[in-house]
Design a protein around this ligand. Sequence first.
Ligand code: ATP
Ligand code: MG
Length: 761
Amino acid sequence: MDIDSNQQIDKAATAPQASDHQAVWLQGLNAPQLEAVTTLDGPLLVLSGAGTGKTRVLTSRLAQLVASRTAAPWNILAVTFTNKAAREMKARVGQLVGPMVEQVMLGTFHSIAARMLRTHAELVGLRSDFTILDTDDQLRLLKQLMEADGLDIKRWPPRQIAFHIGRWKDRGLTPDKITRAEAGDIANGKIADLYRQYQERLITLNAADFGDLLLHMLVIFNKHHDVLAGYQARLTHIMVDEYQDTNIAQYLWLRLLSSKHHNLCCVGDDDQSIYGWRGAEVGNILKFSTDFPEAVTVRLEENYRSTGHILAAASALISNNETRLGKTLYTSDDLGQKVHISGYWDGQEEARSLSSQIESLMKRDHDLNEIAVLVRAGFQTREFEERFIAIGLPYRVVGTRFYERAEIRDAMAYLRLVYQPADDLAFERIINTPKRGLGDASLQIIYAYARAAEKPYFAAASDLLDSDELKTAARRQLGQFVIQVERWRDQLGIMPPGDLARIILDESGYTEMWQTHKSADAPGRLENLKELVVAIDDFDTLGSFLEHIALVMDNDTSPTEGEVTLMTLHAAKGLEFETVFLPGWEEGVFPSQRTLEENGGAGLEEERRLGYVGITRARRNLYISFAANRRVHGLWQSSVPSRFVAELPSEHVDEDMAQGLSIGRAEPVMIGGADTRVGKAGYGPGWQRMARAGHAQIASPARDAGGYAETSSGGGFQIGDRVFHQKFGMGDVRSVEGDKLDIAFDKAGRKKVVSSFVSKP
Ligand code: ATP
Ligand code: MG
């Protein structure tokens, strides 16, 4: 073990000096902040509302710990919620204390645990170069184990099993801790055993999944007291940001590490706990004082971020939650602008208006980097992205831009292949997605033949169907695929492109692939796919849509001075902007229907916290909006404003409604509400217009014929020729049909092969 526990600096000799209070990181702090920053020993909880300077306190405290020589940089562990936050904190502390910041153990739970586990990997049977598995590998592994166990993977999709195992890991539960009751009848009651086998396989493979990083460290700490003691001696001071969103495994890990010195400082806000769906336990923050009875709790009440009306609106909204500690927040700032609430006729009008508001802010020299558009779900960025591109407004998406998301690229590849059979990149991307049993070997045969015959992959694949080059099973699968694609192609120009896209995604099994995915992001991906179809519905032909996309994708903004930020509310935690737009505040969208259905009242409260997080990101200007009609997942809905809009007190808002719209304060809306869905007939322009096949040339890889092998069709073979085939060996040509040969092989019998695969010996 290479932890140097002797490096701790002698505290007595270098106690904080009075002059430290003049230090730059202490300047301007209010009294409770100063108390938190200078309370360096013992457990400390900073529990307070948004924008009260919790993160600033952590940063200043880190500087104070080092400058006062209470702890050396390597004695400090600082945990942030995202890698981005870690980088920011490092930069901020770096300015205060210089390059010493490099020695602080600073990062997310996962990054720190991964670093630790590499040092002690052998204690759980891993080597230090273990791989961290991605989801695909993880599922493949589970599937193998399940099949070996004779489990029906249709009934129990590996995704679902992986999900349960992940949640157990979040709770620090190793396989031996899974009780019968816990396991229930999942996978016919075999899930605990599967979990055990899965863990064993991972060790054999020298691999760990994401949840293992912390879990293994917990096991090591519990079994190897010397290791734990080493870290305890070294890490004398521990700090954690966003503590309300820690899960149980993280909590246990922190407790073990801090149990010697008790110098654990956690900051958080129970009102901002928004990751319950991923295993976060708001209870961790609520029981801090029970865990550490000697804990000092500091409450910060002055909000430095937002102006009066914004803060009042946020406080009023969150006061509707019953399960909360309750806090007072005030600002010394002026009241500022009221919260602008706008109601629009439909989502497009909302996007148009929002972008012209941003344009006029820009004309008044508003820094674009200080503007954010925050949405509830990832698919909602699409409408804004297209609008921003259309008017040339620089923007960046935190997360992935809509058309660059994997599922969108997959879906686009299907459409491109149907539209443009020579699109080899598209073919490669989706030929085995979802899995069609076409392994690398089969694909290599197709690609080799295509190169030799100078044909596109799709044409090559059709050719190979009449030969024995491919194994029977692969040939059957490929045959079905080719027939499907040709059938879809027949519908070009007949069926409206949005409908065709929907059918392609369904018939290909692509939609189902995500439906059976039990990962946390699968529902979001399905929403994105539906949003894609919505986008296509606006076009007359698939061709014109694909051309539009080719242009959109090409429109990568060159580095500019500033960019509007587009991201989800979840991703915005901890950040702040001068101006914030919160569109889509409609029942069903926000609060999200799915959350309400799955988690009822608790789900509603988590949604409301998300609203609170959204509002409190704004410093001076806040625009909330909703639309009366919206196409959600391909269906036109007439929607009612979110109940959260009605919860904002009228004295803090300015309303600007399209004709006939109102916030609906008088009658709060019920969960679920009436079924407001309207069929799409009569709305989508693409639905009514006659579709014509488009003629647009879509960016597709030009085939570089020059790069292909010269040996091609016919091959100069004749009946009776003696030939050699890599796989089938020697044989005699019995008939020649174009470039296909019928050969009687000495060992393999009669086969049809493509001429480029055989040679004259
Ligand atoms: P959140 O709950 O959203 O994570 P937070 O409590 O972590 O918020 P910070 O991000 O640390 O709050 O601070 C909010 C803003 O207030 C920042 O711009 C910060 O620089 C500023 N701020 C914090 N404390 C003070 C202070 N004493 N004087 C002036 N500005 C301050
Ligand atoms: Mg913060």
